[in-house]
Design a binder for this molecule. Structure first.
Ligand code: NAD
Length: 332
């Protein structure tokens, strides 16, 4: 059994906690929150005893708790780095939500801290365990689509409440690109199956009043891959129904819409509809992470800190391309 403490008991943590109920090899054995009432109610709901409940000041003490193997960080993006380093120093494995950190420099610090502590660092890339996504990746690996020429990734939604942390640069680190555009970045890499070598990007704001300096609303970006494929992607906080991947090769195509939501996802290729049953992504993810941490069984697409860092390097390059108007070369 992988015994996990959840750090940050907000909206997504609730989804993860519910999904873990169906896991075969994962159990919630610790809770970390700044709200005593949440610790109490979640503690009784998930059977976590009082001595395994912590707040943001004292959670370094998880190091003394033999019932916790890993801590899953599910807080606003700007808190990930410091919290991950504290968890690593407590000698527990770190599972961190996406984006792993605010930029590549922070990501590198997290990787170094986990390495120094001898613990693993994983990123909550749930789609790397999702059945339709992995089926398409396998088809690409087996050559079903032929040489890959093009990927399109459209990731966005209309954001609500302007006071939420996602609309504050200090906590979010950016805007739509950090939050939802990262799915198109990550998806371009696992769908094409190569690491991009250049980035171009353009930012537009249809609502500059609402999206303040540093909180990007809409960014279009293009990635170039060594095999000649290009990706054309869009990330936005101001459009609806934008959750689509399209992969085009010389012998076939794959299309997913929705492609990254909580599912059920829908996928078809030149051979027809993919008829694969939906399983809650976070249940598959957490059992997959248990297999990785307990048995060393690697998922089809990595979910380690290096994988998170590659995405952060691309996000940095996209922002740099927007700011400079110039093509950015990448070394991943
Ligand atoms: P949320 O606002 O619902 O929850 C955030 C939690 O962090 C809250 O419980 C809040 O109290 C706590 N928190 C601690 N310190 C805080 C501070 N200084 N300011 C604000 N809140 C603070 O957000 P969420 O949707 O649960 O997102 C949390 C993380 O999970 C983000 O990194 C996000 O990108 C990620 N996420 C991932 C997925 C996915 O599908 N993998 C989906 C949603 C969110």
């Amino acid at each position: 059994m992988l015994r996990v403490a959840l750090l940050g008991l907000g909206g997504y943590a609730k989804r993860v906690a519910e999904a873990i109920k169906d896991c075969k090899r994962v159990k919630i054995t610790g809770l970390i929150s700044g709200t005593p009432d949440k610790l109490k109610s979640w503690g009784s709901l998930y059977g976590v005893p009082e001595n395994s409940r912590y707040n943001y000041e004292n959670f370094d003490r998880v190091g003394d708790n033999p019932d916790i193997d890993a801590v899953y960080i599910i807080t606003p993006n700007a808190l990930h780095k410091e919290q991950a380093i504290r968890v690593a120093r407590a000698k527990k494995h770190v599972i961190c939500e996406k984006p792993m950190a605010l930029n590549a420099k922070e990501g590198e610090e997290m990787i170094a801290a986990c390495k120094a502590a001898g613990v693993q660092l994983l990123v909550g890339y749930r789609l790397h365990f999702e059945n339709k996504t992995t089926a398409i990746i396998r088809m690409r690996q087996e050559g079903e689509f032929g040489r890959i020429r093009f990927f399109q990734g459209l990731s966005g939604f209309k954001i609500g409440d302007p006071s939420q942390w996602r609309m504050q640069k200090k906590l979010a680190g950016g805007g739509a690109l950090m939050d939802i555009g990262i799915y198109a970045v990550n998806g371009a890499r696992y769908m094409v199956g190569e690491e991009p070598i250049w980035v171009t990007a353009q930012e537009t704001k249809t609502d500059p009043e609402r999206f303040k300096e540093g909180v990007d609303e809409t960014i279009q970006f293009q990635l170039g891959f060594p095999g000649g494929a290009v990706a054309s992607c869009l990330s936005t906080y101001n459009m609806s129904y934008l959750d689509r991947f399209f992969l085009n090769g010389e012998k076939g195509f794959a299309e997913m819409q929705p492609s990254t939501g909580y599912g059920p996802l829908k996928a078809r290729t030149h051979k027809g509809e993919l008829d694969i049953p939906h399983v809650t992504h976070q249940t598959l993810q957490m059992d997959g992470m248990a297999a990785l941490l307990l048995d060393g069984k690697k998922p089809l697409v990595p979910v380690d800190g290096e994988e998170g860092l590659k995405d952060l390097k691309i996000l940095d390059a996209i922002y740099a391309a927007c700011a400079s108007g110039k093509k950015q070369m990448l070394k991943l």
